[in-house]
Design a protein around this ligand. Structure first.
Ligand SMILES: O=C(O)c1ccccc1NCC(=O)[C@H](O)[C@H](O)COP(=O)(O)O
Length: 218
Protein backbone atom coordinates (compact mmCIF):
# COMPACT_ATOMS: atom_id res chain seq x y z
CA UNK A 1 0.00 0.00 0.00
CA UNK A 2 1.30 3.48 -0.77
CA UNK A 3 1.72 5.72 2.25
CA UNK A 4 -0.04 9.10 2.19
CA UNK A 5 0.80 11.37 -0.69
CA UNK A 6 4.34 12.68 -0.54
CA UNK A 7 5.25 16.31 -0.18
CA UNK A 8 6.34 18.01 -3.39
CA UNK A 9 9.25 20.35 -3.95
CA UNK A 10 9.53 22.08 -7.30
CA UNK A 11 13.13 23.10 -7.79
CA UNK A 12 15.03 25.45 -10.06
CA UNK A 13 12.57 28.34 -10.27
CA UNK A 14 14.02 31.56 -11.62
CA UNK A 15 11.15 34.07 -11.62
CA UNK A 16 8.62 35.47 -9.19
CA UNK A 17 5.81 34.83 -11.65
CA UNK A 18 6.55 31.11 -11.99
CA UNK A 19 7.21 30.70 -8.27
CA UNK A 20 3.72 32.05 -7.54
CA UNK A 21 2.14 29.82 -10.21
CA UNK A 22 3.83 26.73 -8.77
CA UNK A 23 2.86 27.75 -5.23
CA UNK A 24 -0.77 28.09 -6.28
CA UNK A 25 -0.71 24.58 -7.75
CA UNK A 26 0.12 23.16 -4.31
CA UNK A 27 3.91 22.87 -3.93
CA UNK A 28 5.07 22.27 -0.36
CA UNK A 29 8.54 23.59 -1.08
CA UNK A 30 10.10 25.74 -3.77
CA UNK A 31 13.81 25.59 -4.52
CA UNK A 32 16.10 28.22 -5.95
CA UNK A 33 19.59 27.36 -7.17
CA UNK A 34 22.41 29.48 -5.76
CA UNK A 35 25.07 27.53 -7.66
CA UNK A 36 26.78 29.78 -10.21
CA UNK A 37 27.70 26.89 -12.55
CA UNK A 38 24.02 25.92 -12.91
CA UNK A 39 21.91 27.11 -15.87
CA UNK A 40 19.22 27.69 -13.22
CA UNK A 41 21.39 30.03 -11.13
CA UNK A 42 19.60 32.95 -9.52
CA UNK A 43 21.48 35.86 -7.91
CA UNK A 44 21.09 36.47 -4.17
CA UNK A 45 19.23 39.69 -4.85
CA UNK A 46 16.59 38.12 -7.12
CA UNK A 47 16.28 35.08 -4.88
CA UNK A 48 15.48 37.32 -1.90
CA UNK A 49 12.82 39.09 -3.92
CA UNK A 50 11.18 35.83 -5.01
CA UNK A 51 11.28 34.40 -1.49
CA UNK A 52 9.86 37.60 0.06
CA UNK A 53 6.92 37.45 -2.33
CA UNK A 54 6.36 33.78 -1.56
CA UNK A 55 6.55 34.46 2.16
CA UNK A 56 3.90 37.16 1.83
CA UNK A 57 1.45 35.11 -0.23
CA UNK A 58 2.25 31.52 0.77
CA UNK A 59 3.95 31.60 4.19
CA UNK A 60 3.51 27.85 4.75
CA UNK A 61 5.57 26.84 1.71
CA UNK A 62 9.18 26.03 2.44
CA UNK A 63 11.65 28.29 0.64
CA UNK A 64 14.74 26.27 -0.18
CA UNK A 65 18.12 27.68 -1.20
CA UNK A 66 20.28 25.08 -2.95
CA UNK A 67 24.03 25.48 -2.49
CA UNK A 68 26.96 23.33 -3.56
CA UNK A 69 30.36 23.22 -1.83
CA UNK A 70 30.02 26.85 -0.78
CA UNK A 71 32.70 28.03 1.71
CA UNK A 72 31.16 27.68 5.17
CA UNK A 73 32.12 31.25 6.19
CA UNK A 74 30.15 32.58 3.26
CA UNK A 75 27.12 30.49 4.19
CA UNK A 76 27.22 31.70 7.77
CA UNK A 77 27.65 35.32 6.67
CA UNK A 78 24.83 35.17 4.10
CA UNK A 79 22.27 33.28 6.13
CA UNK A 80 22.72 34.77 9.58
CA UNK A 81 20.03 37.07 10.96
CA UNK A 82 16.69 37.02 9.23
CA UNK A 83 17.15 34.86 6.13
CA UNK A 84 14.54 34.84 3.38
CA UNK A 85 14.70 31.04 3.09
CA UNK A 86 13.43 28.44 5.55
CA UNK A 87 15.75 25.66 4.35
CA UNK A 88 19.34 25.34 3.12
CA UNK A 89 19.86 22.36 0.84
CA UNK A 90 23.49 21.24 0.67
CA UNK A 91 23.94 19.66 -2.74
CA UNK A 92 27.70 19.17 -2.87
CA UNK A 93 30.28 17.13 -0.98
CA UNK A 94 29.71 18.82 2.37
CA UNK A 95 30.76 16.63 5.32
CA UNK A 96 29.30 16.14 8.81
CA UNK A 97 31.46 18.88 10.28
CA UNK A 98 30.05 21.32 7.77
CA UNK A 99 26.50 20.34 8.79
CA UNK A 100 27.35 20.70 12.49
CA UNK A 101 28.67 24.22 11.89
CA UNK A 102 25.50 25.27 10.11
CA UNK A 103 23.45 23.87 13.00
CA UNK A 104 25.57 25.80 15.48
CA UNK A 105 25.75 29.16 13.74
CA UNK A 106 22.39 29.31 11.97
CA UNK A 107 20.05 27.17 14.09
CA UNK A 108 16.94 29.00 12.90
CA UNK A 109 17.11 27.44 9.44
CA UNK A 110 16.23 23.90 8.32
CA UNK A 111 19.04 21.81 6.86
CA UNK A 112 18.64 19.29 4.06
CA UNK A 113 21.58 17.29 2.76
CA UNK A 114 21.58 15.84 -0.73
CA UNK A 115 23.40 12.58 -1.35
CA UNK A 116 24.24 11.60 -4.91
CA UNK A 117 23.79 7.88 -5.28
CA UNK A 118 26.05 5.91 -7.58
CA UNK A 119 26.53 2.68 -5.63
CA UNK A 120 25.03 0.94 -2.60
CA UNK A 121 27.90 2.22 -0.45
CA UNK A 122 26.66 5.76 -1.05
CA UNK A 123 23.47 4.83 0.83
CA UNK A 124 25.50 3.45 3.75
CA UNK A 125 27.32 6.78 4.10
CA UNK A 126 24.11 8.63 5.01
CA UNK A 127 23.38 7.28 8.53
CA UNK A 128 26.09 9.28 10.39
CA UNK A 129 24.62 12.53 9.05
CA UNK A 130 21.14 11.89 10.39
CA UNK A 131 21.56 13.59 13.78
CA UNK A 132 22.75 16.82 12.19
CA UNK A 133 20.23 17.39 9.40
CA UNK A 134 16.46 17.76 9.08
CA UNK A 135 15.94 15.83 5.86
CA UNK A 136 17.78 13.60 3.42
CA UNK A 137 17.56 14.10 -0.32
CA UNK A 138 18.65 11.32 -2.63
CA UNK A 139 19.70 12.39 -6.10
CA UNK A 140 21.42 10.59 -8.94
CA UNK A 141 25.16 10.77 -9.49
CA UNK A 142 26.23 12.50 -12.66
CA UNK A 143 29.67 13.34 -14.05
CA UNK A 144 28.71 16.72 -15.51
CA UNK A 145 26.58 18.24 -12.78
CA UNK A 146 25.72 17.87 -9.10
CA UNK A 147 21.99 18.29 -9.67
CA UNK A 148 19.20 19.02 -12.09
CA UNK A 149 20.43 16.36 -14.52
CA UNK A 150 17.10 14.64 -15.09
CA UNK A 151 18.86 11.34 -14.49
CA UNK A 152 17.32 8.67 -12.22
CA UNK A 153 18.99 6.77 -9.38
CA UNK A 154 19.27 3.06 -10.15
CA UNK A 155 16.05 1.71 -8.58
CA UNK A 156 17.94 -1.28 -7.10
CA UNK A 157 19.24 1.13 -4.46
CA UNK A 158 15.81 2.52 -3.64
CA UNK A 159 14.16 -0.60 -2.22
CA UNK A 160 13.20 -0.74 1.47
CA UNK A 161 15.00 2.43 2.45
CA UNK A 162 14.65 3.39 6.10
CA UNK A 163 15.97 6.60 7.59
CA UNK A 164 15.41 8.37 10.90
CA UNK A 165 14.74 11.60 9.07
CA UNK A 166 12.21 12.40 6.33
CA UNK A 167 13.67 11.68 2.93
CA UNK A 168 13.08 13.18 -0.48
CA UNK A 169 13.60 11.46 -3.78
CA UNK A 170 15.14 13.52 -6.59
CA UNK A 171 16.57 12.77 -10.00
CA UNK A 172 14.55 12.51 -13.14
CA UNK A 173 11.13 12.35 -11.48
CA UNK A 174 8.43 12.65 -14.12
CA UNK A 175 4.71 11.91 -14.16
CA UNK A 176 5.37 8.54 -15.83
CA UNK A 177 7.42 7.35 -12.86
CA UNK A 178 5.29 8.64 -9.98
CA UNK A 179 2.97 5.63 -9.70
CA UNK A 180 5.92 3.29 -9.16
CA UNK A 181 7.51 5.73 -6.73
CA UNK A 182 4.34 5.87 -4.62
CA UNK A 183 3.79 2.13 -4.50
CA UNK A 184 7.33 0.79 -4.34
CA UNK A 185 9.76 3.45 -3.17
CA UNK A 186 7.54 5.50 -0.85
CA UNK A 187 9.66 8.56 -0.09
CA UNK A 188 8.35 11.34 2.14
CA UNK A 189 8.84 13.89 -0.59
CA UNK A 190 9.38 14.30 -4.33
CA UNK A 191 11.85 16.84 -5.68
CA UNK A 192 11.07 17.63 -9.29
CA UNK A 193 12.84 19.88 -11.74
CA UNK A 194 13.93 19.15 -15.29
CA UNK A 195 11.07 16.87 -16.42
CA UNK A 196 8.70 19.85 -16.16
CA UNK A 197 10.92 22.35 -17.93
CA UNK A 198 10.66 24.01 -21.32
CA UNK A 199 14.26 25.15 -20.87
CA UNK A 200 16.53 25.16 -17.78
CA UNK A 201 14.88 27.32 -15.11
CA UNK A 202 11.69 27.87 -17.09
CA UNK A 203 8.88 25.51 -16.09
CA UNK A 204 6.03 24.22 -18.21
CA UNK A 205 3.14 25.16 -15.92
CA UNK A 206 0.71 22.78 -17.63
CA UNK A 207 3.08 19.84 -17.05
CA UNK A 208 3.56 20.96 -13.45
CA UNK A 209 -0.20 21.16 -12.96
CA UNK A 210 -0.60 17.64 -14.37
CA UNK A 211 1.75 16.30 -11.72
CA UNK A 212 -0.29 17.85 -8.90
CA UNK A 213 -3.54 16.60 -10.46
CA UNK A 214 -2.08 13.12 -10.76
CA UNK A 215 -1.07 13.14 -7.11
CA UNK A 216 -4.52 14.31 -6.05
CA UNK A 217 -6.03 11.54 -8.19
CA UNK A 218 -7.94 13.95 -10.41
O1 LIG B 1 19.14 22.06 -10.68
C1 LIG B 1 20.32 22.40 -10.82
O2 LIG B 1 20.70 23.01 -11.83
C2 LIG B 1 21.32 22.11 -9.74
C3 LIG B 1 22.64 22.44 -9.95
C4 LIG B 1 23.59 22.20 -8.99
C5 LIG B 1 23.23 21.59 -7.79
C6 LIG B 1 21.91 21.25 -7.58
C7 LIG B 1 20.94 21.48 -8.53
N1 LIG B 1 19.62 21.08 -8.34
C8 LIG B 1 19.19 20.48 -7.14
C9 LIG B 1 17.82 19.92 -7.04
O3 LIG B 1 17.30 19.87 -5.94
C10 LIG B 1 17.10 19.31 -8.23
O4 LIG B 1 15.75 19.49 -8.07
C11 LIG B 1 17.41 17.80 -8.24
O5 LIG B 1 18.75 17.65 -8.58
C12 LIG B 1 16.53 17.02 -9.25
O6 LIG B 1 16.68 17.49 -10.54
P1 LIG B 1 16.04 16.71 -11.80
O7 LIG B 1 16.78 15.43 -11.97
O8 LIG B 1 16.27 17.64 -12.94
O9 LIG B 1 14.57 16.53 -11.54
Amino acid sequence: MPKTNPLVKICGLTSEEQALQVAKLGANAIGIISVEESPRYVSAEIKKKIFKTLENFYPKIDRVTVVQNCPIDLIIKNFLGKPSETIIQLHGDEDIDYCKKIRKYIPNIGLWKAFRIKTEEDIDKIKPFEDFIDAILLDSWNKETYGGSGKKINSIYLKNLQFNKPWWLAGGISIEWIDEILTEIKPDGLDISSSIEISPGYKDIKKTENIFKFLKGI
